[in-house]
Design a protein around this ligand. Structure first.
Ligand SMILES: Cc1cc2nc3c(=O)[nH]c(=O)nc-3n(C[C@H](O)[C@H](O)[C@H](O)COP(=O)(O)OP(=O)(O)OC[C@H]3O[C@@H](n4cnc5c(N)ncnc54)[C@H](O)[C@@H]3O)c2cc1C
Length: 467
């Protein structure tokens, strides 16, 4: 039997076997060796947050087991991808590498460099579309520009043809030779898990990272959540949303798989169509955020609306009785992070985030609005905290949503919407069960006066508009 050429599959944000276009193509063309590179050194690549590292550790363990079952070895390497990947190709004698595309600025630069190096070495690099519903350059306005507002983007996406989801690849034969010596790191060497203290118990109780856990949750969502999503989605006290965000973030599921499953639910159970369609619309929000990042690579750090650069969150100074000293702001920030602001909905959200690595969307909006508008602290500081603590933190959805709440984002969100955490709690946690589950008791003294701080925010905004 002739020896098949070795092909590399480079995993990144797509830790799954099924509906993985790059893996499918790699397996069609040769004997596959899989690779994951922990790259925290290439220019501009953002270091993963603590909760993300926890997820990555377990996600890679699961991936490695799943790959084992189809006879594909997984190598782990750490360092700049532009050095590591060509090195692995050489060591393996690989003539091809496949990956699913990434859309952040620094990641795209790395991928372009890697492609050039691979080609210069006489091999080929193939990129595939596997992590979004549609590539970010596909939905366009009538005059060929990227969208800046969600609703027309959503309408345009509705008119596009979605690729069909792929199944799981069959096992490769003959079985691979035993792992070569020095074929990468051991996962434990990366020390992705927290120790001293180990704060991950709540995360471990809440989540099962990996493709299997993701499919189990998807099944449950289809059976029990999607139909009522229209009403349940705003209720943090209920299991009313999919909680698939980390599975989508790490690519244990593709958005195409979720979309297809929801479409099938609509066909089989038309009475669930409203809820399922509302959930599909949220998947388009995910694509929209990646569109924004693709077309505005500075999204994680720069206001999308430049007029906000002038005023840049300096308004607490304006509130008559507000202590705007740096020391006081640091205390307020600590109260926000620690869930000790004295506002039940904010505190419950921040505690849920700390304990489980996830927070309900409505509460994310409330806590973000509170930080930016009532405490007058820059959205970037909140974004960084979420980046560190969310298991689903991603380079597009996190800053895009922070900017949306702050009012400086691309979407036409009215800045004047300052969420009132007390009213939000009454409306969306009517029995108080969410707040009493997560918020500390007794509730601390409120760190700020809602009315005064709101008025100060609005006044500063009005002044900015006059600028
Ligand atoms: C300040 C702030 C920060 C956020 N940071 C992130 C983040 O880092 N990563 C992240 O995935 N989401 C983020 N979101 C969006 C949203 O809160 C989460 O996607 C959602 O709460 C995840 O829960 P779920 O899976 O149950 O969502 P569901 O309501 O079940 O929605 C289904 C899927 O659609 C996508 N989705 C839903 N809402 C949004 C949205 N507003 N923007 C982008 N995608 C969306 C998610 O992939 C989600 O899993 C943020 C929202 C806010 C207000």
């Amino acid at each position: 039997m002739s020896q098949q050429p070795t092909t590399l599959m480079w995993f990144r944000d797509d830790l799954r076997l099924a509906d993985n276009p790059a893996l499918e193509a790699a397996m069609a063309s040769g004997q596959v060796t899989a690779l994951f590179i922990l790259d925290e050194e290439s220019t501009g690549i953002r270091q993963l947050g603590g909760a993300a590292r926890w997820w990555l550790h377990h996600g890679l363990e699961a991936l490695s087991r799943d790959l084992d079952s189809i006879g594909v070895p997984l190598q782990l390497h750490r360092g700049p991808a532009a050095i590591i990947l060509p090195g692995v190709m050489k060591a393996e004698g690989a003539s091809e590498v496949h990956w699913n595309r990434r859309y952040g600025g620094p990641e795209r630069t790395v991928d372009t460099t890697v492609k050039e190096l691979v080609q210069a070495a006489g091999a080929t690099a193939h990129s595939h579309s596997g992590s979004l519903l549609h590539e970010p350059w596909v939905p366009q306005t009538q005059d060929g520009r990227p969208f800046k507002v969600f609703t027309p983007f959503y309408n345009a996406v509705q008119r596009l043809q979605l690729r069909p989801a792929l199944g799981e690849p069959s096992a490769q034969l003959p079985p691979p030779p035993p792992a070569k010596q020095h074929a990468g790191d051991n996962l434990a060497q990366w020390r992705l898990l927290p120790s001293k203290p180990d704060w991950s118990r709540g995360l471990a109780q809440a989540w099962t990272p990996g493709e299997r856990g993701a499919h189990e949750r998807l099944q449950r969502v289809l059976e029990e959540v999607a139909g009522d999503y229209g009403e349940g989605r705003n209720r943090p006290d209920l299991d009313g949303t999919s909680r698939l965000s980390p599975a989508l973030r790490w690519g244990h599921l593709s958005p195409v798989q979720v979309w297809e499953s929801l479409s099938a639910t609509i066909s089989a159970h038309p009475e669930q169509a409203e809820g399922a369609r509302a959930m599909m619309r949220q998947l388009v929000w995910r694509d929209f955020c990646w569109n924004l990042l693709y077309h505005h690579p500075a999204l994680p750090t720069r206001n999308l609306r430049p007029e906000f650069d002038v005023f840049d969150w300096a308004w607490p100074v304006q509130a008559p009785d507000h202590d705007a000293s740096e020391e006081h702001l640091v205390q307020e920030l600590a109260a926000w992070r620690g869930g000790e602001t004295g506002f039940g909905m904010v505190d419950a959200g921040m505690q849920q985030l700390w304990q489980t690595g996830w927070m309900h969307n409505r509460v994310r909006m409330v806590t973000a609005s509170f930080l930016v508008k009532n405490l007058g602290i820059h959205w970037r500081i909140g974004e960084e905290w979420f980046w560190d603590t969310l298991v689903d933190a991603d380079a597009a959805s996190n800053p895009a949503n922070w900017q949306w709440v702050a009012g400086c984002g691309a979407d036409a969100s009215p800045f004047f919407r300052v969420f009132n955490p007390e009213l939000q709690a009454k409306k969306f946690d009517p029995r108080g069960s969410y707040v009493s589950r997560f918020a500390p008791m007794p509730s601390p003294e409120p760190v700020v006066d809602l009315k005064i701080s709101r008025a100060a925010a609005l006044e500063s905004y009005a002044r900015m508009k006059q600028h």
